[in-house]
Design a protein around this ligand. Structure first.
Ligand SMILES: NC(=O)c1ccc[n+]([C@@H]2O[C@H](COP(=O)([O-])OP(=O)(O)OC[C@H]3O[C@@H](n4cnc5c(N)ncnc54)[C@H](O)[C@@H]3O)[C@@H](O)[C@H]2O)c1
Length: 483
């Protein structure tokens, strides 16, 4: 565990294994945080946040400098971080190196820039009065993150939290603790001194470490990314304890709408990327592909050809397109969804089975059709390499179908008709809409969900509000008490 800028064993000495999803073999054992360790981490963070502490007296500009130093170190160690992330999470090394970790660095630099630029404003008042707002840090923030984007989720939470002057206790997912712990050593090297900003990193299981954090009476806010099931529990934990602030980034079942006038080959390729990137383990994946009836048959045929063409293999190989699922449990869950889907009447066009002769958790890229809105596979997040293709007639029908979900994280539309693009973009109930593209994200673009995909926004200026309290001060000018 990384507490007070030092690596320490858990209090009762327990450890847990983390494995390589591509081989099913244990990489190493990691100290396991339980309630007593979370208490120690929160106490260290609280001490650092005390009024008058060095951290509270640190100039906003200096917070930005420290974050930029951390970004420099991540840039220096890009290859190592990408390798470790690939090993522990089964993610493609090529994508970690070229895209994801570079994007984490960009996010940290973006929020470093905000450190001294978000402060409050003066407000109009009656004559004889003066009023202003002050943006103050929330306090001790807890981060609880999933395994599909370990470093990305860490940096999305760390950067605005620290930029706004808070302290952070981070609990990475039990399946992927390694890059978070390595980041601890970079935080120390960057010069966040002990007791100035405690970045405790407390690997452990959700039901013990995660729950101890979300139920902690001395934690002021939880920023959670993960499943809707656990998100509900986090919200309940807050209500049952100290009503800590909560932001929830949860699951999705995002519609990707392709109109007949779109460039067909481009739309097929983008729809493929929208589902199969990261082995289908992306919260905002375009899992429900809606295709207009005129091009439906050709689109399905081309999508199946595309899914069969990709290279399945080791995440460290630069030619691999599809890596493993994160765990055996996750792989079995996906196969069970497919089995249930077939029983409900859908048709597997390709894939639908695990990759044989491999100890890793691999599934063949799968395309399914013959789906209805009522099927479990339409309603629930499969979180695997499964493209579901639906047929639609016109704008009003597809909009209704697209919104027929309890989720609302993202949506996409492919068309050359601006009218259709605008109608879908305005009408779809989702936090992000992509037009003629997919996964276009960046540090400046707020990201978050409608409906049961959660609330609150990460990234962009909106994320700052998640980590600040707004204090309003109204004062009487020339009051009798002034001397
Ligand atoms: N909206 C987003 O930005 C976003 C991004 C990535 C993943 N996700 C979602 O995350 C899910 C997959 O990730 P997962 O399987 O790791 O999710 P999960 O909800 O099982 O776990 C997420 C985190 O919560 C912890 N946790 C589990 N039980 C807990 C409890 N009772 N109290 C406190 N913490 C607890 C886990 O240890 C882990 O760190 C998918 O639903 C996916 O859509 C959402």
């Amino acid at each position: 565990l990384f507490i007070n800028n030092e690596f320490v064993d858990s209090k009762d000495g327990s450890t847990f294994p983390t494995e390589n999803p591509a081989t099913g073999k244990e990489i190493c054992r990691v100290s396991e945080a339980k309630a007593a360790d979370i208490d120690a981490a929160v106490a260290a963070a609280r001490k650092a946040f005390q009024p008058g502490s060095p951290w509270r007296k640190t100039e906003p500009k200096q917070r930005g400098i420290l974050l930029n130093k951390l970004a420099d170190l991540m840039q220096r160690d890009l290859h190592y971080l990408a390798s470790l992330e690939s090993l522990d999470a089964g993610k493609l090394y090529s994508s970690c190196y070229a895209l994801e970790i570079q994007a984490c660095i960009d996010v940290i630099r973006y929020f470093a820039g905000w450190a001294d630029k978000d402060h409050g404003s003066t407000l109009p008042m009656d004559d004889g009065f003066f009023a202003y707002t002050r943006h103050e840090p929330v306090g001790v923030c807890g981060g609880i993150i999933p395994w599909n984007f370990p470093l990305t989720m860490f940096s999305w939470k760390l950067a605005p939290c620290i930029a706004m002057g808070n302290v952070l206790v981070m609990k990475p997912a039990e399946l992927t603790p390694l890059t978070a712990l390595y980041l601890g050593s970079l935080i120390k090297e960057a010069g966040f001194p002990p007791g100035v900003v405690n970045n405790p990193i407390t690997a452990g299981y959700g039901k013990t470490a995660g729950s101890a954090l979300s139920r902690h009476m001395d934690v002021d806010k939880i920023a959670f990314t993960g499943s809707a099931l656990v998100g509900r529990q986090i919200q309940k934990d807050s209500a049952e304890t100290n009503l800590k602030r909560v932001t929830l980034e949860l699951g999705g079942k995002s519609p990707n709408i392709v109109f007949a006038d779109a460039n067909l080959d481009y739309a097929v390729e983008m729809a493929h990327i929208a589902v199969f990137s990261n082995s289908g383990q992306i919260c905002c994946a375009g899992t429900r592909t809606y295709v207009q009836e005129d091009i439906y048959d050709t689109f399905v045929k081309k999508s199946v050809e595309r899914a069969k063409k990709g290279n399945i293999g080791s995440p460290s190989s630069l030619t691999t397109e599809y890596g493993p699922q994160i765990s055996k449990l996750q792989k079995d869950k996906i196969l069970k969804y497919l089995e249930g889907g077939v029983k409900e009447g859908c048709k597997i066009e390709c894939g639908g089975v695990q990759v044989e002769g491999n100890n890793g958790h691999y599934i063949q890229p799968t395309v399914i059709t013959g789906l209805t809105d009522e099927m479990t596979v339409t309603k629930e997040e499969i979180f695997g390499p499964v493209q579901q293709i639906y047929k639609f007639k016109d704008v009003s029908e597809v909009l209704k179908k697209a919104n027929n979900t309890r989720y609302g994280l993202a949506a996409a539309v492919f068309t050359n008709d601006l009218n259709k693009a605008m109608t879908i973009s305005n009408g779809v109930e989702a936090g992000t809409v992509w037009v003629n593209c997919y996964y276009k994200m960046g540090p400046t673009l707020p990201f978050g969900g409608y409906k049961e995909s959660g609330f609150g926004r990460e990234l962009g200026q909106y994320a700052l509000h998640e980590y600040t309290e707004v204090k309003t001060v109204a004062m009487k000018i020339n009051a009798p008490v002034w001397v």
